[in-house]
Structure formats: structure tokens, C-alpha cells
Design a protein around this ligand. Sequence first.
Ligand SMILES: [Zn+2]
Length: 108
Amino acid sequence: MTDATAPSTVVKARKAPRMTYKQEIQTIKNLPRTQRLIVIMKIAGVFLVAIGLEGIVTGQYAYTLLFIPLGVFVSMMPIKIRTGVCIACRSPLEQHQAICPKCGAPQM
Ligand SMILES: [Zn+2]
């Protein structure tokens, strides 16, 4: 019965300790535009590569030659999209920065 009264702040803090509540809200606000697209493209890329690999297994190498480069291209695209600005605060970012130096928001 004591589990029900456990503080919910522990759960929140564990998820992204470097982000404040306000920054987290800002990040979530921007999710539909940028991050959701990135996630979709990554999944699509993996899916396309999987089709290409299936081509190797079944001996249909035309599939492999078409879908593997396409899958790699699609999964690489979001990396190019996200270089530039932070998804949370829109401040400029260096190419290899995984975490925003200004607000600490992780760049997926
Ligand atoms: Zn930022």
C-alpha cells in the first residue's frame, strides 16, 4: 500500500536529469515537427534495409540493390535535418553535439 504514495518526481528526474521542467515542455512542443519525423524516417530506413536484406536471403538481388541504399539514405536524412538548431530552444548547434549546450536538451 505504501507504493501508491511514492513520489512521482523520482520517475521524472530519472528520465532526463539535465532538463528542467520548462525545457522538457518546450522539447515536447517541438516533438511533432522535428523529432517525430526523425523517428519515422529512422524506422522507415531500418524497414527498407530489412527488405533489402530479405532480397539477399531470397536471391532477389534487385531488391537488395534498390532497398539497402534507399534505406541507408532515408536513415541518414534526419541527421542532416537536425544539424543546425536545437529541437528545444532553437539555438545553433555544432554538427556532432548530441546534447544542446544552452538548454541541455538531448538531440535525437
Ligand atoms: Zn537547446
